[in-house]
Design a protein around this ligand. Sequence first.
Ligand SMILES: *[C@@H]1O[C@H](CO)[C@@H](O)[C@H](O)[C@H]1NC(C)=O
Ligand SMILES: *[C@@H]1O[C@H](CO)[C@@H](O)[C@H](O)[C@H]1NC(C)=O
Ligand SMILES: *[C@@H]1O[C@H](CO)[C@@H](O)[C@H](O)[C@H]1NC(C)=O
Ligand SMILES: *[C@@H]1O[C@H](CO)[C@@H](O)[C@H](O)[C@H]1NC(C)=O
Ligand SMILES: *[C@@H]1O[C@H](CO)[C@@H](O)[C@H](O)[C@H]1NC(C)=O
Ligand SMILES: CC(=O)N[C@H]1CO[C@H](CO)[C@@H](O)[C@@H]1O
Length: 462
Amino acid sequence: MILLISLAFLFALPADTFGAPTNVAPVSGQAISLLRRNQSPRDVTQWGALAKRQRDNLIAKYGGTTTRKRSTGYNLIVDQQYDSSYYGSLAIGTPAVSFDVKLDTGSSDLWLASSSCGTSCGSVSTYNPSSSSTFQNLSTPFTIQYDSGSADGYVAQDTVQMAGFSVASQGFAVVDAVSQALLASPVSGFLGLAWQSLASSGQMPLWQILASSNAWDSALFAVQLTRYKNDSTAQILEPGGVFNMGYTNSSLYTGSIDYIDIPGTPSYWYIPLISMTVQGNSISIDSGTTAVIDTGTTNIGGPASSVQAIYAQIPGSQPATGEWEGYYSFPCSTTVNVELSFGGATWSISPVDFAFTQTSSTVCIGAFFETTTGTGSPSWVIGDTFLKNVYSVFRYNPPSVGFANLSSTAIAENGAAGTVPSATFGAISAAVTNTSDAPRGHTLNTSLSTLLFLALSAVLLL
Ligand SMILES: *[C@@H]1O[C@H](CO)[C@@H](O)[C@H](O)[C@H]1NC(C)=O
Ligand SMILES: *[C@@H]1O[C@H](CO)[C@@H](O)[C@H](O)[C@H]1NC(C)=O
Ligand SMILES: *[C@@H]1O[C@H](CO)[C@@H](O)[C@H](O)[C@H]1NC(C)=O
Ligand SMILES: *[C@@H]1O[C@H](CO)[C@@H](O)[C@H](O)[C@H]1NC(C)=O
Ligand SMILES: *[C@@H]1O[C@H](CO)[C@@H](O)[C@H](O)[C@H]1NC(C)=O
Ligand SMILES: CC(=O)N[C@H]1CO[C@H](CO)[C@@H](O)[C@@H]1O
């Protein structure tokens, strides 16, 4: 979700827009080793494995021989409320407790609702600092303002695990208050997947620690998002695709990945927006226009003049009113084809995704809405409306965003009844310690102190 941009309707979708739920059948191959959301202390074997890997990492880092250094992992995503939002899961603390978190490439903070958050956090599962032996309070205030609400609390560190990776002393925020309905159960917080420079907490994001510390085979992550909005049997929660960490899964895309570099200092994942056509006709895009690629935004926001030009290509469309201000209505009988280019290949948006929702049997609301961003910020926000149509790759170095066509395997997962993944975290395949901001908040400078800290951790775990 984009910081400080107006998008009021994320959770305003009527739950019954797309039809009544029915039973779904389990699909095989969806499960990875699962631990449910309650307290999940690891057994001795797991601790031993962790200790061994920490030793291996240590040896690798300081020049010895090692069996394994880099790795990959994946987390199954959940599609919440007919493509409105997509979440994954991670585990935090010692003993580790898992939580569902919104996967948001449009922001950079990890935060979780805390056990001291009152009614504003609703009934979601909460993080209890006093139950974690590895919790460290950095005691600095945290506040983040999104397009659709804000969250407040304080900055802390703890061990975070995701998809088989473990980061000791991961900076994150413990949230005591959320201003609006930012959290739709079962989501307990956000996992910001953009760059550290955008982090309200100042902390380096989990993905960036893993990428920069060479924990990953390839310093990138990738996302495939499913489409359920046009499945009349869809439930509130459906399988949402996958979050690949440290690799791309060639079963999920065809052809090559078309990478576009970020044209400046990375903050958001932003790339040039070069051209756009609607029903085959070009929409004028100012040169120098950039777009944020944002898994945390449902739709696509752009400058008013461009959005007007888009709907000018659709006979019978008009500005929508009331709570839909900024959006446009159009006749549902019109099949709208939009194509975008960021400088390389041209990508299409399915007409199904363009038709965001329906307000009557004949009136549809388009997914493109008018928005204004801050001076110097990218003027477009490209959300899930587009991202459901491609396999998206977010690369650390050079900083770039890549897209590829979805494979038939990936497309077959759209609207395919399946089992919703539970909050999960895998066995630890790589452990990373954020050494420059280790416990107690001071900087460990020399390699020696780093070495001692890591060695101590390994010994304590044995
Ligand atoms: C962490 O520090 C903040 C700011 O001093 C404080 O409000 C909060 O209660 C502390 N949390 C815990 C669990 O000690
Ligand atoms: C949903 O839309 C996609 C893309 O156009 C299409 O392939 C699929 O068949 C549709 N599913 C249903 C249930 O209409
Ligand atoms: C790649 O994707 C396919 C299709 O979803 C899946 O069966 C396979 O397990 C995935 N492989 C990895 C390594 O993620
Ligand atoms: C993606 O698929 C479309 C439709 O099949 C095709 O026209 C286009 O060339 C493909 N793009 C790339 C980059 O492979
Ligand atoms: C850390 O210590 C090393 C060697 O003692 C020194 O060369 C380096 O400049 C120090 N770095 C910082 C950031 O203080
Ligand atoms: C090695 C590493 O990832 N260091 C980071 C630890 O966390 C601090 C604060 O977020 C970052 O500034 C460091 O770069």
